[in-house]
Design a protein around this ligand. Structure first.
Ligand SMILES: Cc1cc2nc3c(=O)[nH]c(=O)nc-3n(C[C@H](O)[C@H](O)[C@H](O)COP(=O)(O)OP(=O)(O)OC[C@H]3O[C@@H](n4cnc5c(N)ncnc54)[C@H](O)[C@@H]3O)c2cc1C
Length: 389
């Protein structure tokens, strides 16, 4: 193989394109819209380290967490754009932590950093903007954040500078099977595409929309579930740490019963973000295989939820402090909880890298290395991440 076509210009496609080009391949990156208009452009940039390294997914997260400081520095140097890596730590005032901080502290014993219980007075001092202070919480050293939009721009510039051919606004590109083991790329409009061959592989890295892009290629549909999420920007001064909490009055739950965790995030540039961890807004409109070519718009329902959450911690007049609102669909792999990575069964020219769910920014660079090592050197990918035959 001499060349690779990457479908999708989110964090996953871009980190793959950069890695492949660094390893000497000819790389083309195709996006149906503009780069960064999928989930990556809506993300809030939290890098959460794993609590242990006992499963392949948690090992991947550990590797990803360890990679980020150097990755951020290299990317900033290559592109001239500061990607905003900040090891800010977090204050955890989720309900279960308030109820039993010692138990949550024990869970973070192996996190590799300092964790300490906070009293109500300490929380009040650290978070003076909160209208009420919970009686206990945790200060967790090992959390960081990046600026997702700056990261996308830095990756674009780095890829472009290294000679990746980036083509945008092409409309959805589909993968169709040919014969027993081949594939072809099909565009909606009148667009010339380099076709897969023995010398050119394709990596499907189109986030949640990977489902519709590969609907015709068995095994299909991909085991992915859409989990919409939204975030609002606030002109409240950035907290010194990330803050994780639940809605104090009435918790929002996803269909599987998970309670949303909300995060208040120091945004680069001085303001802050507030985002949710489970579905909101668009959740009822998306069906498997929906070949939508539109970016996901923020919803009134999603905004209402976040305003209610913001009021519960900052007080009544917070709505006037909202300066932005964004939304995206997180691609959740339903099979093993980790991402879907590796060669497509029965189609040797096709590879997949999606299903990064809530951790695409954290694990994107590490999954790129894993997939490229497998493509070029035959390094094994854990069975848990591979597509079922
Ligand atoms: C509100 C919110 C907050 C989040 N916060 C965090 C966080 O703090 N930390 C974290 O690690 N993760 C976070 N995430 C999750 C993270 O955003 C995702 O895991 C990650 O962005 C997925 O990246 P991706 O490249 O797979 O997909 P995407 O970013 O969705 O990119 C897919 C790209 O493919 C293109 N595309 C679609 N169909 C086609 C096609 N047929 N052909 C060609 N191109 C196509 C799209 O235009 C898009 O550019 C958050 C997500 C949301 C929604």
């Amino acid at each position: 193989m001499r060349a690779v076509t990457v479908l999708g210009g989110g964090i996953v496609g871009l980190t793959l394109a950069r890695e492949l080009r660094r390893r000497g391949l000819e790389v083309e990156l195709l996006d149906s819209r503009s780069i960064g208009t999928g989930a990556t452009g809506a993300a809030t940039g939290i890098l959460t380290p794993p609590q242990h390294a006992r499963t392949p997914f948690y090992q991947l997260r550990t590797r990803a967490w360890q990679m980020w400081p150097e990755y951020a520095a290299k990317l900033s140097a290559e592109s001239g754009i500061d990607v905003g890596y900040l090891r800010c730590g977090a204050i955890d005032i989720r309900e279960r932590t308030i109820r039993n901080p010692q138990r949550e502290l024990r869970k973070l014993r192996d996190s590799g950093g300092r964790v300490e219980v906070l009293t109500r007075d300490q929380i009040r001092q650290l978070l003076p903007d909160l209208v009420r202070s919970p009686e206990a919480g945790l200060l967790v050293e090992m959390e960081a954040r990046i600026d997702p939009l700056a990261t996308i721009e830095a990756l674009r510039r780095s890829c472009h500078g290294a000679g990746v051919n980036i083509r945008e606004n092409l409309g959805p590109i589909r993968i169709e099977p040919i014969g027993a083991g081949g594939i072809t790329l099909v565009a909606t409009g009148d667009i010339e595409l380099s076709q897969p061959s023995e010398q050119r592989s394709v990596i499907l890295a189109a986030g949640w929309e990977s489902v519709s892009a590969a609907l015709a290629v068995a095994p299909s549909p991909l085991p992915l579930e859409p989990v919409p999420g939204e975030a609002i920007a606030l002109d409240l001064a950035a907290p010194a740490h990330l803050v994780h909490f639940n809605l104090l009055r009435e918790g929002f739950r996803d269909p599987s019963g998970n309670r949303s965790i909300y995060s208040w995030i120091p945004a680069p540039g001085g303001g802050s973000w507030l985002g949710n961890s489970v579905a909101s807004g668009n959740r009822v409109d998306r069906t498997v295989g929906d070949p939508s070519s539109d970016a996901v718009e923020p919803t009134a329902e999603g905004r209402e939820e976040l305003v209610e959450v913001a009021r519960s911690i900052f007080g009544e007049d917070v709505e006037s402090r909202i300066t932005g609102h964004r939304a995206g669909i997180r691609p959740k792999a339903t099979r093993h909880g980790g991402p879907l990575l590796g060669r497509w069964p029965g189609r040797p020219q096709l590879w997949v890298a999606t299903g990064h769910y809530r951790a695409g920014l954290l694990i994107g660079p590490a999954t790129a290395t894993m997939v490229v090592d497998s493509m070029l050197d035959g390094a094994p990918i854990p069975e848990q991440f591979q597509l079922p035959c």
